[in-house]
Design a protein around this ligand. Structure first.
Ligand SMILES: [Zn+2]
Length: 324
């Protein structure tokens, strides 16, 4: 366990959020910058934000430093491989680079969804649990799995891609190439697609969604507003998303028997509409004992989940396990 200041870096395609925190997860300082283009820009911005948060926290160097970054990557070596939304960062050895800047610090790098799972596990809604699924339902559906106190990476390091489990073989095609992935049927993007289809239909059934969207393109928020007013087309879309969320949760319970499924992401903010009925369905349709033993709860860390996840990564949770 590290003593002193721990640094977590949430490296995304559009922004970098870096925090200095205590090992208990109390944030002492934070910096958020837009992600520059190109390798040198990205590394330089990361280094500058780390120096800034350390300065504000009154620390010379981090006791430990963690990065949550988009995959694919090699977490053991701490190398980004070919992250599609970070052009120029192919084969970037982040762990080695930051060990060079801070020779005394322990440095770890992890896939962002796995980092978020570790963050909720250590500091958020997954505290105290050794068998946990973390799922984020926003523009896509991503996740991370902790089983028996260990982060599950799989042989290829890609385990936890819950959003690309097929839940409807004859469903629409996903950007990954498969048909009927959970993500293409129940993510915020999927809800927006169904909303556009309803608005475009010639029978006028999408009028309430159209009105709720106002001047913006119809999206999940417009569906939510129209559904709250009892609109039939919006409720049909909600039912479809709930059905696939339920199948996804049920499959996770059957496969892993988690003690807790922690659900975050923008869509989950409409918990009673999109998540609660799906959770209920999943727990009732899974095998009796694992169904009863699985809680499905909202994520706790909000917009800090990536950065606090990186703090958990810094503390070695990805490589050493989280314990029980
Ligand atoms: Zn897919």
């Amino acid at each position: 366990m590290a003593h002193g200041v721990v640094v977590g870096i949430d490296l995304g395609g559009t922004k970098i959020l870096t925090v200095a925190a205590t090992p208990e997860g109390r944030i002492l300082a934070r910096r958020r910058v837009a992600t520059p283009t190109g390798r040198d820009g990205v590394v330089g911005a990361m280094r500058d934000t780390v120096a800034a948060v350390l300065g504000e926290a009154g620390a010379d160097g981090p006791a430990a430093l963690g990065v949550g970054a988009p995959g694919p990557m090699d977490p053991e070596a701490g190398v980004l491989l070919e992250p599609p939304n970070l052009p120029g960062c192919e084969n970037l050895p982040l762990a080695e680079i930051f060990r060079g800047y801070y020779p005394g610090a322990e440095v770890h790098v992890e896939n962002d969804a796995n980092a978020a799972a570790l963050g909720e596990r250590r500091f958020g809604a997954g505290r105290g649990v050794a068998d946990l699924c973390y799922i984020t339902i926003s523009t896509g559906i991503g996740g991370g799995i902790v089983a028996g106190g260990r982060l599950v990476r799989g042989a290829a390091g890609t385990a936890g891609e819950v959003g690309h489990m097929v839940v409807e073989p004859d469903g629409p095609q996903c950007h990954c190439g498969l048909h009927g992935c959970w993500e293409v049927l129940a993510s915020g993007t999927a809800i927006a697609r169904m909303a556009r289809e309803a608005v475009a239909s010639s029978d006028g059934s999408g009028a309430a969604i159209r009105a709720a969207a106002g001047d913006d393109p119809p999206d999940a928020r417009a569906v939510d507003a129209a559904a709250a007013a009892g609109d039939a087309a919006a409720l049909r879309i909600v039912r479809a998303a709930v059905r696939y969320n339920g199948i996804g949760f049920c499959n996770l319970i059957q496969l892993l028997s988690p003690a807790r499924i922690v659900v975050g992401g923008g869509v989950s903010r409409a918990w009673d509409r999109y998540i609660a009925p799906a959770a209920e369905w999943a727990r009732q349709n899974a095998f009796d004992r694992p169904g009863r033993m699985c809680e499905i709860v909202p994520a706790d860390l909000g917009d800090d989940v990536g950065a606090l996840g990186a703090v958990a990564v810094a503390l070695g949770d990805g490589d050493r396990g989280v314990g029980a």
